[in-house]
Design a protein around this ligand. Structure first.
Ligand code: ADP
Ligand code: MG
Length: 255
């Protein structure tokens, strides 16, 4: 039995006919937190979108195994049921659908896929209360329409809460920290740390050293022009905080 949750091999993908991913290789073990860094436009969000199955992106080469299964042949819904969760740089709003109903439908769909009975109402509400308290999300937010009129911080907190409810195997946090003040950043990062299970893996996309200080990634990757060009430990993030990305470009030119 492999303890790898994600294995991306030589992945190429394009959007609107333009090649963006140019041979991504990435392996993530169960329970590991990986930081994905890189300048704007290097392809980080594209990789995230390809993994969750956003139909705007076309895979032209390569393969992805998720928990040993061929991820690329699955529908976006089934990827989510299998345990991939992505938070969005720009969370969507769903007017007229309360968080409670949204999450209940999502959870029931997942349980059905896994061959489980739907949760009873009182069990579901109990679960909601428990998880909500852990991210300090106000009860009234759960009754409001999904993300509608939520502040930036509320949306992010809400996403961590959604993640906690769905208990993914792999959470992709794509700049979940952008637009957060320091307190909200801490709540989101702490919430994530507390709400993740021991075997929950994560890809954290961030520009903020502070977020990495809170989350303590096991592995740090740098993406450049559609490829992962450097992989290391937390010291790689420290070096980037100090020196930016140019030194990597120089090293790549010399190679
Ligand atoms: P990052 O998240 O690292 O900043 P992105 O993956 O968002 O990078 O973008 C990589 C490249 O792909 C950019 O040139 C961007 O303009 C392009 N791109 C990404 N998504 C789309 C899209 N939906 N339509 C057109 N171009 C896109
Ligand atoms: Mg991005």
């Amino acid at each position: 039995m492999s303890s790898m949750i994600l294995e991306v091999r030589n992945l190429y993908a394009s959007v609107e006919g333009k090649e963006i991913l140019k041979g991504v290789n990435l392996t993530i073990g169960a329970g590991e937190i990986h930081a994905l860094m890189g300048s704007n436009g290097s392809g980080k969000s594209t990789l995230s979108n390809v993994l969750v199955g956003n139909p705007q992106y076309t895979v032209t080469q390569g393969e992805v195994l998720f928990n040993g299964k061929n991820l690329l042949s699955m529908s976006p819904e089934n990827r989510s049921h299998e345990g991939i969760f992505m938070s969005f740089q720009q969370p969507i709003e769903i007017p007229g659908v309360s968080m409670t109903n949204f999450l209940r439908a999502a959870l029931d769909a997942k349980r059905k896929y896994l061959g489980l009975e739907p949760l009873g109402t009182s069990d579901f509400l109990k679960l909601m209360r428990e998880k909500r308290a852990m991210v300090e999300l106000d009860a009234s937010l759960a009754r409001r329409s999904v993300n509608e009129g939520f502040s930036g911080g509320e949306k992010k907190r809400n996403e961590i809460f959604q993640m906690a409810m769905l208990e993914p195997r792999l959470a992709i946090l794509d700049e979940t920290d952008s637009g957060l003040d320091v307190d909200a950043l801490r709540i989101v990062a702490d919430g994530f740390r507390r709400l993740r299970r021991e075997d929950t893996s994560a890809i954290v996309i961030t520009h903020y050293q502070k977020m990495l200080d809170y989350l303590k990634p096991d592995v740090v990757h740098v993406m450049m022009d559609g490829r992962i060009v450097r992989t290391g430990g937390p010291e790689l993030a420290d070096r980037i905080e100090r020196d930016g990305f140019d030194w990597i470009k120089e090293e790549l030119k010399e190679a």
